[in-house]
Unconditional design. Structure first.
Length: 110
């Protein structure tokens, strides 16, 4: 009976673009968006659905574009495709209580 051993190092290295290429893509994106924001983080992440690996570039502040929501960062897939990460319209300040729930606060206490 034989044993098969596979190096985990080789399995951990994603195929595709490296950090230097991802950084260049993120810088070029900010330049094309005419943004004064900078890159404060560039991390290698793995999707919980499907397990795909991608780079996540986080901006120092939202990139404002008049025809879209504020952009918080950029997902750079290993094939070089881009996905803008935008702010959600829903947040704690405008959250709607669910059915049968009430907002609690000093004004609602009777």
């Amino acid at each position: 009976m034989g044993l098969l051993s596979v190096s985990s190092f080789a399995a951990d290295r994603p195929a595709g673009i490296n950090i230097d290429e991802a950084l260049k893509i993120a810088k070029d994106y900010l330049k094309s968006a005419h943004s004064s924001e900078s890159i404060i983080g560039l991390t290698l992440e793995t999707s919980s659905v499907g397990g795909s690996t991608y780079w996540f570039a986080k901006w120092s502040g939202p990139v404002l574009n008049p025809d879209s929501k504020p952009q918080l960062g950029l997902r750079i897939d290993m094939d070089g495709s881009l996905t803008k990460i935008v702010a959600s319209n829903r947040g704690p300040s405008n959250a709607v209580p669910g059915v049968g729930q009430q907002k609690y606060g000093a004004r609602n206490i009777r």
